[in-house]
Design a protein around this ligand. Structure first.
Ligand code: SF4
Length: 446
């Protein structure tokens, strides 16, 4: 039996697809090259923007047509945020869909595989599914892995669908995280990323999760401290976390990072906007001033730290002056890179009903100003690094040239350099020589 996954959206979906991939392999299934001939096709979907859902509807229509055309049928599964948001409505809209699997229903996947292999329908369970964390699956030859530590979000930013589709925050038990880290270390992993929609609001209450957990409530800085001890003496040298909410990044978290070089000197810290009225309308729970203060404290405590971010323009009510204030914040912080987009109303969120919608043409114009400025900053920051010597983790062989290796610095900069393939997975020192696009050309140094 063969399967094919299409994964869209955030790193959480990537990690969850990896877990489903592992489940399929454990049952003896093989990965197909494409969805065209596979026995099971799974779309791990994203609802964050309307455009993402529109694209996925196109994919579902494609597989619906394929089902009609193919002589032997196949099982079509929809997982991820569209599954949670639309539920069985998806099956009505696309009768070719066999299963709509919410994140909480993921433990049912092995049974879906069994039913698909036997050509029988899945027997429905009466119990409501409860979300549980699953182990990551490491791609062959990979040295970096996500470790999901929390799921869901309680923040309810007014534009965001995530709290509605992923549900309330659930934190994974420290015992289960430790187990997974030890498993990954056993496979020679060198870098882990602690993953959660709102990772730094991690809070585990003993007795609420897996059994056997005693002691006090564990918060995010406490989790970082434990992670240091879990990776001690193993192959894992670098630790990152994603995505941090600026409103929840505590001084203790900064102090733990500052004392421990295993925490990479890069943080993705989504600002979304730089103007206080817009931040308040977005329900972001921090101000321009507190964000700038946080960026200053981080850079003071962690010299050389790079910051990346998410920026949204065209939120209802945003004025030209708000845009200028956002650009000024970007000038002050100087992000290494940013994911930039314009507001897209999502039905079911608080922002759906907000007055003052901005015309598309204005949103596009404002977005292009943000993009132009960010490109300048990226280039300027990268250029300033030319000539420096850096440690990189070699992630693989360059796709463009088999004699070249590709690596990443702890500051999240990419470098390509000549070197032997047996170095893949190791830390080396390189000198950053020139830039091609946003990637450094480099050479190995002692
Ligand atoms: S913090 Fe805000 S933007 Fe991020 S997932 Fe939660 S509600 Fe969405």
């Amino acid at each position: 039996m063969t399967y094919f996954f299409e994964t869209y959206g955030c790193q959480m979906n990537t990690a969850e697809s990896a877990a489903l991939d592992l489940a399929a392999r454990e049952q003896g299934w093989k990965r197909a090259e494409s969805g065209e001939g596979a026995d099971l096709v799974l779309l791990n979907t994203c609802s964050v923007r309307q455009t993402a859902e529109t694209r996925l509807r196109g994919r579902l229509a494609h597989y619906g047509a394929l089902k009609k055309k193919r002589r032997t049928s196949f099982t079509l599964v929809v997982a991820g945020c569209m599954a949670s948001r639309l539920g069985d409505r998806l099956r009505k809209e696309f009768p070719a869909v066999d299963y709509v699997m919410t994140a909480a229903a993921r433990p049912l996947f092995p049974r879906i595989l069994e039913a698909a292999a036997a050509g029988l329908p899945l027997r429905e369970s009466r119990e409501a599914p409860v979300f549980s964390f699953s182990s990551s699956h490491l791609e062959e030859g990979a040295f970096r892995s996500f470790v999901p530590v929390m799921h869901g979000c309680d923040n309810f930013c007014s534009y965001c669908i995530v709290p509605y589709v992923r549900g309330r925050e659930v934190s994974r038990s420290p015992g289960s995280i430790a187990q997974e880290i030890s498993l990954l270390a056993g496979k020679g992993v060198r870098e882990i990323t602690l993953l959660g929609q709102n990772v730094n609001s991690y809070r585990f209450f003993p007795g609420t999760g897996n059994s056997g957990e005693n002691g006090e409530t564990l918060d995010f800085p406490g989790l970082l401290e434990k992670t240091i001890s879990w990776i001690g003496g193993t192959s894992i040298s670098w630790v990152r976390f994603l995505s941090a909410n600026p409103g929840d990044l505590s001084p203790r978290t900064i102090a733990v990072m500052a004392e421990n070089p295993c925490f990479c000197r890069h943080i993705h810290l989504p600002v979304q906007h730089g103007s206080n009225p817009v931040l308040a309308a977005m329900n972001r729970r921090y101000t321009r001033e507190s964000y700038l203060e946080l960026a200053r404290s981080l850079r003071k405590a962690l010299p050389g730290l790079t910051l990346s971010t998410d920026v949204m323009v065209g939120f209802p009510g945003e004025t030209e002056e708000d845009l200028e204030i956002l650009l000024a914040l970007m000038e002050e912080v100087r992000f290494l890179y940013a994911y930039m987009y314009h507001f897209n109303p999502r039905e079911g969120t608080a922002a759906w009903n907000l007055p003052g919608r901005i015309p598309e043409s204005v949103k596009k114009r404002r977005l292009s100003r943000v993009i132009v400025l960010q490109k300048e900053h990226t280039l300027e920051l990268l250029k300033s690094r030319i000539g420096s010597r850096e440690q990189v983790l070699i992630e693989g062989i360059s796709r463009k040239n088999a004699d070249e290796l590709i690596g990443r610095t702890e500051r999240d900069e990419m470098a390509v350099f000549p070197g032997p393939a047996d170095l893949v997975g190791s830390f080396v020192r390189v000198e950053l020589l020139t830039l091609r696009g946003n990637t450094f050309r480099a050479e190995l140094r002692d």
